[in-house]
Structure formats: C-alpha cells, structure tokens
Design a protein around this ligand. Structure first.
Ligand SMILES: [Zn+2]
Length: 180
C-alpha cells in the first residue's frame, strides 16, 4: 500500500488559494459540517476531499502475497499491493495497475472485499480479492521484498497500517476460512 497514512492533506496545512493565490481562512459554513478553507480574495472554497486507494489481496498456492515497504510511511512493514487511484481512472483499473507495479503480477479481480476508512484519516481504501493470471511475484517499485505467508504465518505485529490488519483479517475469514 503506497503512503496510506500521514500523507497529503491529512497533515499538510494549505495557506493559499489554488485559484487566485489569495490567503485561505478556516470558516464554519454549515453547522453540522467541518470548517472549510475559504479564499479571502475570491471566495473559492477549497474542499479537502478524501483520497482513494485501490488494493488487492491474493494468494499463490494458498499463501497470501505480501510486500515489505521500502519507503516511508511505515517503512519495513508488510502490506498488500495498492496505491492511489488517479483522477479519471476506474478504481478497479487502479487496483490491477498498482498490483502489477508493486508485485509484478497480473491479477483478475474476484470481488470487493470491503472499503476501509478511519476517523481523521483522508484515505478510503478499496480492497479487492484477486487471483493471479500472469507474471511472477517480485518486489518492485516501492517494495523491497515480496513473499507469501500461510494464514498462520501472517506477521500481524509487522503490518503497515490499520487497514492492512483489518482487510487481511476479513480476507482470511472469507476466503481462507482461517481463524484469526
Ligand atoms: Zn482565491
């Protein structure tokens, strides 16, 4: 999973209007909604939208494929392949593309596992169960190691993110009938 947490507008403070360069100010526009950034010069409202991440979980000979991250955040931890969906790209295509880029395998999506999101995080993680139809598992792009784990071997203490843990738990239960 690429830069799932601690990224982009989760933590960065925007100070200037992207449209006219005027200063931004936080304003309460609707009672039940969070404060918005509003341009003092042109009144543009800078909405901080969620970021969508597409990911896949798949097995090879009954073992779950995971990648060890070679970049921050969560460098050195294990994750399944995934990354940001580009604007205009379908979420399904992004999941397939990211899996090819990071794990060097071509996959077919079998079904939606679930959608994972958490309070105070900008990320919405869409996870598909997938099956390999080509290529060979190999670490590339942002990963430094790729290997497979049996359900009993999953390194729960060394997983990258909350969503990694939650999605793997769901996958094992639904697809491998494993108790976790
Ligand atoms: Zn402006």
């Amino acid at each position: 999973m690429s830069e799932e947490e601690g990224h982009a507008h989760g933590h960065v403070e925007y100070r200037f209007c992207p449209r006219c360069g005027g200063g931004l100010e936080k304003r309460k526009l609707k009672v039940i909604e969070p404060e918005r950034l509003v341009c003092l010069r042109c009144s543009f409202i800078f909405y901080l939208d969620p970021k969508v991440i597409a990911a896949t979980i798949f097995t090879i000979e009954g073992r779950v494929a995971l990648l060890r991250r070679g970049v921050e955040p969560a460098i050195g931890t294990w994750v399944f392949p995934g990354g940001y969906v580009d604007r205009g790209e379908s979420v399904r295509d992004a999941a397939i593309r990211e899996t090819q880029e990071e794990a060097n395998v071509e996959v077919r999506l079998c079904g939606l596992l679930d959608v994972y999101s958490y309070p105070n995080s900008p990320n919405v993680i869409v996870v598909y169960a997938a099956e390999v139809i080509g290529g060979e598992l190999r670490a590339c792009d942002e990963s430094v190691e790729a290997r497979t784990f049996s359900a009993a071997e999953i390194p729960w203490e060394e997983l990258g993110f909350e969503s990694t843990k939650d999605a793997l738990r769901d996958y094992l239960k639904l697809y491998l009938n494993a108790k976790t």
